[in-house]
Design a protein around this ligand. Structure first.
Ligand SMILES: Cc1cc2nc3c(=O)[nH]c(=O)nc-3n(C[C@H](O)[C@H](O)[C@H](O)COP(=O)(O)O)c2cc1C
Ligand SMILES: [Mn+2]
Length: 479
């Protein structure tokens, strides 16, 4: 298992999946190159150095986990698993994870360099303007924000975007008041205090994953990341905030989050994972950065939201959670769950055993599908990770007049581009979901026309025997 982000980058390099890019501009170019690379079928990871106007060695790493192989690597799974097998392996590993408390160490790599007081200057670091109409540079696109609950002492460390506003000022964006970071900050503010906070950039990939997971309040992302790795996260006390900070992190901001009653700055707009700008600039909570610590030749982990199907994670982690929810709820015979279009569509594959089984699965999956308007249930001969296969089932096994149900006022978000502006102004953040039953109708499934294609097993045998000849191109292919 990798030790930190640098080690992970080495492993990616050894897989042949790393591209080094020198001389790009943090203004639009790093974002543009990241987006183009993420659209390629092999979707390489990128390490930017010699960023225009910045010291050599001050680097940005993007597309860290955007394909199946690197998402598996970050989870400590074999990078050679096929997509659905990798997701299943994660679902099973996740179920059996034992939370591992972090361990305190005295010395931290991030303390190699410190800028404090009037020397704090965020502009030293190449913070990209990721998309053309963003409100400014975002140094935190995949960075974790660390806070301590003042009542219980619980440490929360999850991902919220961080926009740069000046040499020592950033904003932190909480999507809604239920975010753990928002709940904790409010407790300090309600007592008339500022909230101690650390923003950790260039964190361990296991922390990047943990920062995205929905964990119950009181449960620390540090513990979850430690359990992914099978070794506790090493933390060192931040000299200014007293917060425990991952010792091998690349860049650390320490400071205080100011009460929004007194101080805000316009946050956003920011290109979202739906492929749109969901909102204009809005007042956001301000962090005053009182110290910056960084390793020699620091690496910023950047993970800009991009137009689907590009997504931060090449394995749809939340499909693994839905799969577990189905099992925990007693829905048997689920053989796969996947999400397409950057989480905006959920597919469940199962072996239907009784009438209503598929709909039961569809309803549970819909309940847990954040922002997804489409939930599809398919038979077990369909690979849910293969969108072409899924659409074949939808177009041949589902009679729309019978097989599509609409659930209204269901879970979405203010980021949803299709909620009318007037509704959003009234506080509406829900939408409707179509549950598409694309399984063979249960009552006459035995009479359903049999598929004509060869089985997956036969296909593999043919591949083995004839594969080289199929793949060979004629030597004189002039067309
Ligand atoms: C790359 C990335 C960027 C994210 N940006 C934000 C953000 O700006 N604001 C937000 O509220 N959630 C954001 N999220 C989602 C949260 O990190 C995620 O829902 C997490 O579970 C919230 O943690 P919490 O339950 O501790 O609040 C982002 C997730 C990822 C992977
Ligand atoms: Mn949390």
């Amino acid at each position: 298992m990798y030790k930190d982000l640098r080690h992970f980058i080495d492993l990616v390099d050894r897989l042949g999946a790393l591209r080094r890019i020198d001389g790009a501009d943090a203004r639009f170019e790093i974002g543009g190159i990241t987006e183009v690379a993420a659209g390629l079928s092999d979707c390489p990871a990128l390490l930017f150095d010699r960023v225009k106007g910045h010291k050599p060695g001050f680097r940005v790493f993007t597309n860290a986990t955007t394909n199946v192989q690197r998402a598996a690597l970050a989870l400590g799974l074999s990078p050679n698993l096929r997509p659905l097998d990798a997701l299943k392996a994660w679902m099973e590993k996740r179920k059996s994870l034992k939370l591992l408390a972090p361990v305190a160490v005295r010395d931290a790599a991030f303390l190699e360099n410190t800028l404090a007081g009037s020397n704090v200057d965020i502009a030293r670091f190449p913070a990209p303007i990721w998309h053309r109409n963003d409100g400014g540079p975002f140094i935190g696109s995949g960075s974790i924000v660390v806070m301590r609950d003042p009542d219980s002492g619980w440490i929360n460390a999850s991902i919220y975007r961080v926009q740069v506003h000046g040499p020592n000022r950033v904003t932190v964006q909480f999507d809604h008041g239920g975010r753990h970071g928002a709940i904790i900050a409010r407790k300090y503010w309600d007592r008339g205090e500022t909230c101690p906070v650390a923003v950790v950039h260039g964190e361990d990939p296991a922390l990047f994953i943990a920062g995205f997971e929905y964990l119950p309040d009181g449960s620390s992302e540090y513990e979850f990341a430690g359990s992914i790795k099978g070794a506790p996260i090493e933390v060192c006390v931040g000299p200014l905030t007293g917060l425990p900070i991952p010792a091998l992190a690349e860049i650390v901001f320490e400071g205080r989050l100011l009460p929004t009653r007194e101080t805000t700055l316009p946050e956003g707009p920011f290109g979202e994972f739906t492929g749109y700008y969901a909102a204009e600039a809005r007042p956001g909570p301000v962090m005053e950065v009182t110290a910056i610590h960084y390793r020699d030749d620091p690496i910023l982990l950047g993970s800009p939201p991009m137009k689907p199907p590009r997504f931060h994670f090449g394995l749809p982690f939340r499909a693994a959670t839905i799969w577990s929810n189905l099992e925990a709820g007693g829905v048997t015979d689920v053989v796969g769950v996947w999400q397409h279009v950057s989480q905006l569509m959920t597919v469940v594959a199962l072996r239907a055993r009784y009438d209503g089984h598929a709909k039961r699965a569809g309803l549970v999956a819909a309940a847990h599908s954040y922002m997804a308007r489409l939930v599809v249930v398919v038979d077990d001969d369909i690979d849910p990770s293969n969108l072409a296969d899924v659409m074949w089932a939808v177009t041949t096994r589902c009679e729309p007049a019978e097989g599509i149900d609409i659930v209204r006022n269901a879970w979405s978000s203010a980021l949803d581009p299709r909620i009318p502006p007037a509704d959003k102004e009234r506080g509406i953040t829900s939408h409707s979901k179509a549950i598409i039953d694309a399984c063979r109708p249960f009552a006459w499934r035995e009479k359903f026309p049999p598929p004509s294609a060869i089985s997956a097993e036969e296909a593999r045998q043919i591949e083995e025997k004839w594969g080289r000849q199929i793949a060979a191109r004629p030597a004189a292919d002039k067309n």
